[in-house]
Design a protein around this ligand. Structure first.
Ligand code: ADQ
Length: 468
């Protein structure tokens, strides 16, 4: 079997058998372990003279390199996270464009391609991840690399009207068409990409998701990322630590917990969620003292200004709601700004009556899936899920809400708090069926199979599949 080369912005070496990291790292790691190969990318550090470091563990080589401060500012903080991230999440209002940052983004992609090239073997297949690396295949092609290269976009692909607000969109998406296989989270994202290719570029779409644009023929399809539901179920059930954040309600029963876990990011709809919870307390006094809301949101990208602002805003909101409603023995909002071990999170999910997952936009949202998988089959909680999370396409038995509708979200929370056991079980079983069918292994195997398949088709047609 040919080797797999995974390229991602950050490389997260993980120890054998340890399920500490999130879904993606584990999924990619398993694929690498199966076929052997390389995991290549940025090591997360800045340095004045970055050098490639290779470390081999078993049949996987971790090849990582630092970035200069200038490249970090332009490529990572700049074009990736201040232009592409907001625009792809439909936040053109938060997006900025600086030509020097785009140049830095192109420069880093070219530098990474040059670093990877000497490590490649002729029949390696290369799997590139996410928006930081859109031009990566094009850079490799310019260096003469002819291996099969696939790309998976973890975040949404927005409608063409939004995308065209990025000034060099044409050049950027021309480079995206240099891949042999493009993977999206949902059919909606794939369709948006097709719309861009047919309307903006006059590309041609043929059978079996094959497209031709800029003189290159490639395949584009949806590969919804999943989790390993049964492993999570086991992990959640095995957690024996403290389960309830605070005490008991009016009748002495444990309080019902509404739980949310996110990276602190404006795409996750945290401000709107806090408002909806306050609306629940305003509209339904019968839930006072009976319910508590736990929001876990450790800071991410803490040196970016927009992220500092959202943190301050949430601290103010939590203080405001607690100021209005808290009592000596009841704290309505617990806002925890630090990260927690995966086992603790899954354990907390299991005892929470409601998983509240309400992003304004999200490629998939694995937290929604993890919440469902963590539930006790005899007494499952209710998932309240935004229609704008990719996961809503699959988890149709959740209570689906619009995060821009504060009153609608408060009503859904009230309904979830009252939902009878039979209905909760029925909805949960439907969702678990979906999670087991489209799991993390299916996602990875489908993508890698299609990428390998495209290599075989190319070889059968006599195309070169070797690095020159
Ligand atoms: P993220 O935006 O990071 O990922 P998400 O899918 O919700 O979002 O989470 C990824 C992983 O991180 C999950 O395993 C989750 O448990 C973990 N995680 C999230 N918040 C955490 C917290 N506060 N503490 C500890 N762990 C936390 C991007 C895209 C998503 C897409 C994923 C995978 O933005 O839309 O689902 O990639 O493709």
């Amino acid at each position: 079997m040919s080797r797999l080369v995974v390229v991602s912005n950050r490389v997260a070496p993980i120890k054998e058998g340890k399920v500490a990291a999130g879904g993606l790292a584990v999924g990619v790691y398993d694929a690498l372990r199966e076929s052997g190969g390389i995991w290549f990318g940025w090591n997360g550090e800045t340095s004045s003279n970055p050098m490639l470091v290779c470390e081999t563990q078993g049949n996987i080589t971790y090849a990582t390199i630092g970035l200069t401060k200038r490249d970090y500012d332009n490529y990572y903080r700049g074009f990736s996270n201040a232009t592409l991230w907001p625009t792809f999440h439909y936040r053109v209002d938060l997006s900025r464009y600086l030509r020097k940052e785009y140049e830095g983004y192109r420069r880093v992609n070219a530098m990474l391609a040059e670093q990877l090239k000497p490590l490649l073997q002729p029949d390696d297949i290369i799997w590139v991840h996410d928006y930081h690396l859109i031009p990566f295949a094009d850079e490799l092609r310019q260096l003469g690399v002819r291996n099969r290269i696939g790309f998976f976009l973890h975040i949404p692909f927005p409608a063409p009207e939004t995308l065209t607000s990025i000034p060099p969109h044409n050049e950027l998406f021309r480079t995206l068409c240099a891949y042999d296989l493009l993977g999206f989270q949902t059919e909606v994202d794939r369709q948006a990409f097709e719309d861009y290719i047919t309307r903006e570029v006059r590309g041609v779409v043929s059978k079996n998701n094959t497209m031709t644009a800029y003189g290159h023929t490639f395949k584009a399809a949806a590969y919804p990322i999943g989790i390993m539901p049964d492993e999570i179920q086991e992990l959640a059930a095995s957690y024996k630590g403290r389960r309830h954040i605070s005490g008991r309600g009016r009748e002495g029963e444990p309080r019902k917990t509404i739980i949310s876990v996110d990276r602190l990011d404006y795409s996750k709809g945290l401000v709107e969620r806090f408002e909806a919870y306050e609306q629940l307390l305003d509209n339904y006094p019968e839930h006072h003292r009976e319910v508590e809301f736990v929001q876990i949101a450790p800071t991410s990208r803490s040196d970016v200004k927009t992220y500092q602002r959202i943190r301050q805003q949430l601290e103010t909101q939590a203080g405001h709601i607690n100021g209005r409603y808290a009592d000596l023995d009841w704290m309505p909002v617990h806002y925890l700004n630090k990260s927690h071990d995966r086992k603790i999170l899954m354990g907390l999910f299991r005892t929470a009556s409601i998983g509240l997952v309400t992003p304004l936009r999200d490629g998939m949202n694995l937290v929604a899936k993890e919440y469902v998988a963590s539930q006790d089959p005899q007494n499952p909680g209710v998932l309240v899920l935004s229609r704008f999370a990719g996961a809503a396409r699959e988890l149709t038995s959740a209570l689906i809400v619009n995060p821009y509708d504060r009153m609608g979200m408060a009503e859904a929370l009230d309904r979830a708090l009252r939902m009878p056991l039979a209905e909760r079980k029925d909805r949960w079983e439907n969702m678990m069926r979906v999670l087991r069918k489209q799991n993390l292994a299916t996602w990875r195997d489908d993508f890698v199979r299609d990428l390998r398949g495209s290599a075989q088709r190319a070889a059968a047609k006599g195309w070169a599949v070797h690095a020159l």
